[in-house]
Design a binder for this molecule. Structure first.
Ligand code: ATP
Ligand code: MG
Length: 581
């Protein structure tokens, strides 16, 4: 690192929201974190009150809350006051059509301003908000609306015609469909509803434990689960946004996650607005030049993205960023999948700061393990547990869940329940929910390791871990080693059954544009992996693909690679977006 970069990074560290991790860990309590909220009379609260009204009460109504960039590049700004009026209109609209407190309101929309208005308006009204990813087909939409008992849906006319009209007869509970752009026979017009609704709404005061959100998991490992979150989750959204993402009032913040998934809600709507930032929302899909332009022209301070996107930027090449230096950028974070060390280092080269990986799940509602602005980043590690979060590496057997005592032991990543954004259940799946808990631990289903400095390292999902000749092999380690090779852009690693050693390691490799697969390259990759990992862990088989199967939230679906390899049923593929080629 040049002297200039070292100076910049040490200044950044000492100015961080949490300059001293250990000190913060020693003093943090959730009741104290709750005190930071605005709150409502009689101990009640509402996420929407924290996200919008609070700022107006405190004189920040004229600050831009949301800057929306249309696909054509047009900018539309909404101040906190404007967002307040619009979300009140939406809450009144819901009341006017008989949607009540506690009833489920779904959205099926791309990144449009109406989605943000509907989400927050629904919360104001005390109804439950459930986002659906707009690229879902009719079947996953129907099953998710059935599970949650959707009473109302907000969508567009084209999505409605293509995806909902044909299944509506199967959804007797779905009373109201609101279209943001048109009125069809059996739907309502958003515009008409909003026109007739007052700009003032008395936000529903909620009990801490009343349901606010319903989120479906990504379906990476199987049938997606409906995860229930309550209003009190906002305590964790606020605390983790400040500590793990280093967000500050007035920051320009860009979360690239789609609002159809939990990251797009917890950190794409709630945390940033509660903290009082200006959020950038881009309606368009990924495009490397466009993304660099947004970071640059919008002077983004904090950027939260995902490994798939980072890998796509890496694939687009360094030349594209050679002339830029992003002076406003202060913090970059990543979530959703393991972040290969290669990507962290690339971030440092290109932006002068590393990507800060963090780990959490739909179930945890908020970030649980993270690399903080004030901490040394170990590339490939997820970082350390948030203040207020106790994590452990746990071995589960017939006698129960035991914390691993050996250093560097691989075990299930577990958390002590009790933080505010922890799920309150899997909807209609009590048994599946109860199975997540053992001996006072919440078991995440992921395997990890903790090093002697207290950093956590992702090994793999427990279903994906490979057992070969007595070794436990995490696919992530093998994938990361192959990712170091300059020809490689993406890797998925699975275990395939073998009579002699139990399982053998097989890698599916996608190459950089312009690089042709060849036996020679395969040998070279095998050699590289053997050198890095040793022959016991290196893949025995390498095959080339132009694309790997991924969920709509961008995660490599290893279970699908495996099912195909073994000619087994593919299982629930409702969240499959881009398939193997
Ligand atoms: P499903 O539970 O339906 O199979 P999913 O687990 O992919 O899907 P999410 O809740 O969206 O659904 O994702 C959480 C999971 O994503 C984590 O359990 C973990 O496996 C993975 N993950 C998230 N962040 C990270 C990270 N920083 N490093 C490694 N893995 C991560
Ligand atoms: Mg999961």
């Amino acid at each position: 690192m040049s002297n200039d970069l070292i100076a910049k990074s040490s200044a950044r560290r000492s100015a961080a929201n949490m300059p001293d991790y250990e000190a913060a860990r020693a003093t943090f309590t959730w009741p104290a974190a709750k005190q930071l909220l605005n709150g409502m009379p009689d101990g009640k609260l509402n996420i929407a009150n924290e996200a919008i009204e609070k700022h107006i009460q405190q004189g920040r109504g004229d600050q831009i809350a949301l800057r929306w960039i249309s696909k054509a590049g047009e900018r539309v700004d909404f101040t906190y006051s404007q967002l307040d009026a619009l979300t009140s209109k939406f809450a009144n609209s819901l009341r006017n059509i008989g949607v009540e407190k506690g009833e489920r309101v779904y959205s099926l929309l791309g990144r449009t301003p109406e989605l943000y208005i509907a989400a927050l308006g629904t919360l104001k009204a005390g109804s439950v908000y459930c986002p659906l990813f707009s690229a879902f087909g009719p079947e996953p939409i129907q099953s998710r609306m059935e599970i949650g008992g959707a009473k109302a849906l907000i969508t567009s006319s084209s999505l409605y015609r293509r995806k909902v009209k044909g299944i509506r007869a199967n959804l007797p509970e779905l009373r109201e469909v609101i279209l943001i752009d048109k009125e069809l026979d059996d739907t309502r017009s958003y515009e008409t509803l909003m026109e007739g609704a007052p700009e003032v709404f008395e936000t529903e005061p909620m009990q801490a434990e009343e349901t606010a959100l319903l989120h479906f998991t990504s379906g990476t490992t199987g049938k997606p689960k409906g995860v229930v979150h309550v209003h009190e989750a906002v305590v964790a959204h606020n605390a983790t946004g400040r500590l793990a993402l280093d967000l500050r009032p007035g920051d320009i913040y860009w979360c690239t996650a789609d609002p159809g998934w939990v990251t797009g809600t917890s950190y794409g709507i709630i945390a940033p607005l509660v903290i009082g930032v200006t959020m950038i929302v881009d309606a368009a899909d990924f495009d490397a030049v466009r993304w660099y332009d947004i970071l640059d022209q919008e002077a983004v301070n904090v950027w939260y993205t995902a490994p798939t996107a980072i890998r796509m930027l890496m694939k687009a090449g360094r030349d594209m960023v050679a002339e830029r230096d992003f002076p406003a950028l202060r913090f970059m974070a990543s979530v959703g999948e393991p972040l290969n060390p290669e990507a962290v280092i690339w971030g440092n080269d290109v932006f002068g700061m590393p990507f800060h990986d963090n780990w959490w799940q739909t179930e945890t509602g908020g970030i649980m393990i993270a690399n903080y602005a004030s901490m040394d980043v170990k590339p490939g590690s997820m970082g350390k547990p948030l203040p207020g979060i106790e994590a452990g590496i746990v071995e589960v057997d017939e006698t129960g869940a035991h914390e691993a005592t050996k250093p560097l032991a691989v075990g299930e990543l577990a958390l002590r329940p009790g933080w505010p954004s922890m799920m309150r259940g899997y909807l209609h799946e009590q048994a599946r929910y109860e199975k997540c808990f053992k001996d006072g631990w919440y078991l995440s289903g992921d395997l990890a390791m903790r090093d002697s400095d207290g950093y956590y390292w992702f090994v793999g999902r427990s279903d994906d871990v490979i057992k070969s000749a007595g070794h436990l092999i995490g696919p992530f380690e093998v994938e990361s080693a192959l990712m170091e090779h300059p020809a490689v852009t993406e890797v998925g690693v699975i275990g395939i059954p073998d009579e002699t050693v139990g399982e053998i390691v097989k890698a599916y490799v996608a190459l950089k544009p312009g690089i042709e697969p060849s036996d020679e390259l395969r040998l070279e990759l095998t050699g590289h992996a053997r050198k890095r990992l040793g022959p016991a862990v290196a893949p025995k088989e390498i095959v080339f693909r132009t694309n790997l199967p991924k969920t709509r939230s961008g995660k490599i679906m290893r279970r699908l690679l495996k099912a195909r390899e073994l000619r087994l049923p593919e299982g629930d593929i409702s969240t499959l977006e881009s398939d193997e080629k």
